[in-house]
Design a protein around this ligand. Sequence first.
Ligand SMILES: Nc1ncnc2c1ncn2[C@@H]1O[C@H](COP(=O)(O)OP(=O)(O)O)[C@@H](O)[C@H]1O
Ligand SMILES: [Mg+2]
Length: 314
Amino acid sequence: MTIIIETQGLTRLFKQNRAVDSLDLAIQPGELFGLVGPDGAGKTTTLRLLAGLLYISDGSATVAGYNLRTQPESIKPQIGYMAQEFSLYAKLSVLENLNFFAELYNVSKAEQKERTERLLAFAGLTEFKERRAVHLSGGMQKKLALACTLIHQPPILLLDEPTTGVDPVSRREFWNILTELHLDGTTIIVSTPYMDEADRCSRVGLMYAGKLMICDSPQSIRRQIEGDLIEIFPEDWQAAHQIVSSLPGVLEVQTYGEALHLLVDDGEHQLPKIEQALEEQGILIHGARLAPTRMEEAFISLIRRIESEAEEQH
Ligand SMILES: Nc1ncnc2c1ncn2[C@@H]1O[C@H](COP(=O)(O)OP(=O)(O)O)[C@@H](O)[C@H]1O
Ligand SMILES: [Mg+2]
């Protein structure tokens, strides 16, 4: 089994804060690896370390066969790094931004022309090529930023929350592009706060307080949560929450806006009982149904478990 990115005990401190703490990671060529975790978990720091943009405090890493400590400059041509924040030249046009990155990476003039045309079409930006980056929609800015990271055709992509704050349609378009790159064999590590996106990855790593807590396929992660899922839509979710939490067979209650997601031991069996219990307490519900468990429930459940274990240790 070949490995294209490998870290051993990779650690980055900011003063006393272990932003990335003893990370062991092995990514195979062609993986579409999702990095998820709450704000401050260490996702950005991990990606910046792998991009050679930050010094390593401890441990080691190799990217495309190069040692991150001793050969960071050799790694640069191998990776395309897309930062979480806006990274384009606002006053330059779409085309000028692409040209800028092409020159930065020493792409030859002949290749530049061919690649620029292809990437513009790929990102759906051909008709906007003269528009200044600042005047593009959020989704188009993200696609342009991705196109700029692809101009030197890196085999590895490190994308830091590329779809955060982007509308759902653009988000889907962006993922269609990622899927194409993935099918072409590009190795991709992408961080995301969106669990439906994590579900599209071949493997997902959950970071928490600088550590990689779980690293598995979406299917296996979903299988880790116990029980069946029942969604209910009560008139008064707070009152309903209190009632259902104390019912036998209800393992966990999660809040999604005004809906409640209940993990129960046996969905078929518990659904009518829950409806009945709420009715008896005078809680009106607009609907209740069995639903398949998603990554979202799995992650909330796992993070809760991790947090309660951390509390017990204190
Ligand atoms: N440049 C920095 N200086 C000091 N602390 C930082 C810096 N960058 C990140 N951190 C800290 O490191 C931890 C991890 O941050 P980050 O990698 O940005 O997490 P995430 O991307 O998962 O939100 C946080 O506690 C954050 O405050
Ligand atoms: Mg971040």
